[in-house]
Design a protein around this ligand. Structure first.
Ligand SMILES: Nc1ncnc2c1ncn2[C@@H]1O[C@H](COP(=O)(O)OP(=O)(O)OP(=O)(O)O)[C@@H](O)[C@H]1O
Ligand SMILES: [Mg+2]
Length: 211
């Protein structure tokens, strides 16, 4: 397999919705000690609605699929993560405009653009204990795979492993953005829910492309 098709992207988004529904309790539990215990319900609600919208857009291309997700997340998910993930998918959509299929290079561009959107919107820096702490190592791993000429599936495996490691590493970080930052040092010792949802999103992408 060398390219990602619109069918893969649909499968990615559907798998994401399934994962967020299955992990909604866990994600909200992670958000309980350092937030307001709503991250799981936010993600499950947003992705369920997005998949519902995608079902009525049968001929959409990759960019249009991602744009629909963006619009849906922005309008159905409140708080911090709705606008942040909404921006991720909006920038991702723009990055692949006009492309019928995606190569590994295109995928790296998609994820980089999405991440840059989150950074511009949320102003988080690496180490602030946010979704960026899973996303940045994942994007860097994918870029390294591009440089090395790795095949798509292996590159996606490396991308998810890096996201997992980044997610784990948020446990020892002190939050400097969002609700968790109000806790100061007491935010240390808890895994960041947003970094965890990033890992699930990328794992769903890997699984969708593997088929
Ligand atoms: N400025 C930011 N940049 C990047 N990620 C952020 C930022 N602020 C918060 N986050 C991420 O959002 C996650 C929390 O998402 P959640 O869906 O729980 O929204 P929320 O903070 O509860 O919003 P609200 O409390 O305003 O409703 C955090 O775990 C963190 O990863
Ligand atoms: Mg919350």
């Amino acid at each position: 397999m060398t390219t990602i098709t619109p069918q893969h992207i649909r499968a990615w988004l559907e798998r994401s919705a399934q994962t967020f529904e299955a992990q909604k309790g866990y994600l909200s539990d992670l958000d309980s000690p350092i937030g307001d215990a709503d991250h799981g319900t936010n993600m499950a609600r947003g992705f369920a609605k997005a998949v519902e919208k995608l079902a009525t857009t049968p001929d959409a291309d990759i960019s249009a699929l991602l744009k629909t997700v963006s619009m849906t997340l922005m309008s159905t998910v409140g708080g911090a993560s709705g606008p942040l993930y909404g921006t991720f998918f909006l920038r991702a959509s723009a990055a692949v405009a006009g492309k019928a299929e995606l190569t590994l290079v295109d995928l790296a561009a998609l994820l980089t653009a999405g991440m840059d959107g989150i950074v511009q919107r949320g102003r988080a820096e690496p180490g602030d204990k946010t979704m960026i702490d899973a996303l940045l190592p994942a994007v860097n791993a994918l870029k390294a795979s591009v440089e090395q000429g790795t095949d798509l599936i292996t590159a996606l495996e490396g991308c998810v492993s890096a996201a997992e490691a980044g997610m784990q590493a948020t446990i020892s970080l002190q939050a400097r953005k969002g609700r968790a930052s109000y806790l100061g040092e007491r935010s240390i010792g808890h895994q960041d829910p947003g970094a965890t949802s990033v890992m699930y999103l990328l794992a769903a992408l890997r699984d969708a492309v593997k088929g």
